[in-house]
Design a protein around this ligand. Structure first.
Ligand code: KE4
Length: 430
């Protein structure tokens, strides 16, 4: 695969942008190469500036659930843009999108739109602190909730990718109140509540982890968090920036019939444009200015063009058997990888739910970030190189999940599995 132009563009970018990218994980540094510069996407495909085509399993980190450049979404965005790109004023679309999301997440009484998942999670924590008048909160190692100072401790995604335990530039006092427990370890959470009784405002969790690779919640784990938070009068926050509308229409909380007190959303609800949200119980959300004393604001919050993209995306996603199709293709992919790995005698852990999945090179089940880190990174790098060179755009990090769209065809899955089988054979030989 020739990537002459991408390499040239990368060298140019490096001269102006740190690492040549505007978000670290895009740098492909974790897989010992440079990024392909993308010219365009359509459906399940991406084309880079050298004309190489890829079947895309990153999908803008999960946002492009309909596939790229869906004509109806593009038309809605263009129609909205022709009326103006943003006003910093209330618009009808925001209430329409709020209504659509609130109907899918019955545990949410109220919702507010922001422009990134970071803002959504950061504000949910702030609300929980105001509501409980407590300062500390529990997060889980390998969970990533954006790059707000207090959240950059033992986080997943790019921090895990580059083995950054917590970011420099964050003063120690900022993370003193950030308590860490291993994912799926309810006993550790109970111990933290005992040790910091009455000082913990919230527990924030990715109900299915998508930022340490894909990690499924253990039986009873999420239910246990719900019970503990209720007993301790702490706020349970489900960070569904990835899982919201990705696993099923109402996200993980619908799958498990659990009512978190607050939820953060992103990615799919903006259809790929800069739109995220947080929402939950009215008694908590009512602390927000201008009603209450918790301040949060944003110039581009609820931007009408992004709202148009989200509205059309959810309209199309909500039709027909979308989740049956996403799940069917995910199951085909996951079982096909497992079969190939078995045939090639390569130890893998592969799993998925709804339209997301993950692959580890490990002979033991992965139930936490600590166990995810035992995966064979060298094997992953060889796997990534093998599939990428054959036109499979896999996440360039062991610590990211993979995603499917409604545009992925059965042929895409068959072709992907052929490439993966050939790659696993090669990887095993070397
Ligand atoms: P943003 O601020 O990047 O919009 O969202 C932060 C965030 C919050 N919560 C979850 C569960 C998330 O996955 C994210 C962002 N996800 C990463 C990829 N796993 C964004 C990609 C990147 O950092 O470039």
């Amino acid at each position: 695969m020739k990537r002459v132009l991408s390499e040239e563009l990368f060298r140019i970018a490096e001269r102006m942008i740190p690492g040549g990218v505007n978000s670290p994980v895009r740098s492909f540094q974790a897989v010992d190469t440079f990024p392909s510069f993308i010219e365009r996407g359509e459906g399940s495909r991406l084309w880079d500036v050298d004309g190489n085509a890829y079947i895309d399993y990153v999908l803008s980190w999960g946002a492009a659930v309909l596939g790229h450049a869906h004509p109806e979404v593009v038309a809605s965005v263009c129609a909205a843009a022709q009326k103006g790109l943003g006003f910093g004023a209330a618009t009808p679309g925001e209430s329409q999108l709020a209504e659509r999301i609130l109907s899918a997440f019955p545990a949410m009484d109220l919702i507010r739109f922001v422009s990134s998942g970071t803002e959504a999670c950061m504000t949910a924590i702030r609300l929980a602190r105001a509501h409980t008048r407590r300062d500390k909160f529990i997060k889980f190692s390998g969970n990533y909730h954006g790059h707000a100072d207090t959240l950059l401790a033992a986080a997943g995604s790019g921090l895990a990718t580059f083995s950054i335990p917590s970011s420099s530039g964050v003063p120690a006092p900022c993370v003193e109140g950030t308590l860490i427990a291993p994912f799926n370890d309810l006993a550790a959470v109970k111990a933290l509540f005992r040790e910091h009784s009455n000082a913990i405002a919230a527990v924030i969790v990715e109900p299915f982890v998508g930022n340490a690779g894909f990690i499924r919640p253990a039986e009873g784990f999420l239910e246990g968090l719900r019970e503990l938070c209720s007993e301790e009068k702490a706020v349970l926050i489900f960070d569904e920036v990835i899982t919201g509308f990705r696993l099923c229409w109402g996200g993980a909380q619908t799958l498990f019939h659990i009512d978190p007190d607050l939820t953060s959303l992103g990615k799919i609800i903006g259809g790929g444009l800069a739109l995220a949200a947080f929402g939950g119980k009215a008694e908590i959300m009512s602390h927000l200015a201008p009603l209450g004393s918790v301040y949060q604001a944003g110039t581009l919050s609820g931007n009408p063009v992004a709202v148009a993209s989200g509205l059309k995306t959810l309209e199309l996603l909500g039709k027909g058997d979308s989740y049956a199709r996403l799940t069917q293709n995910m199951r085909k992919l996951v079982s096909g990888i497992a079969d190939s790995a078995k045939e090639c005698d390569v130890a893998v852990q592969v799993d998925g739910e709804g339209g997301m999945f993950g692959l580890f090179f490990s002979d033991a089940p992965v139930t936490s970030f600590e166990s995810a880190k035992k995966s064979d990174l060298m094997l992953f790098k060889k796997f990534f190189k093998g599939v990428f060179e054959k036109g499979i755009y896999w996440a360039p990090s062991l610590f990211e999940a993979g995603f499917l769209s409604l545009a992925h065809s059965e042929h895409d899955i068959v072709k992907t599995l052929e490439v993966i089988q050939a790659t696993l054979r090669d990887v095993k030989k070397k």
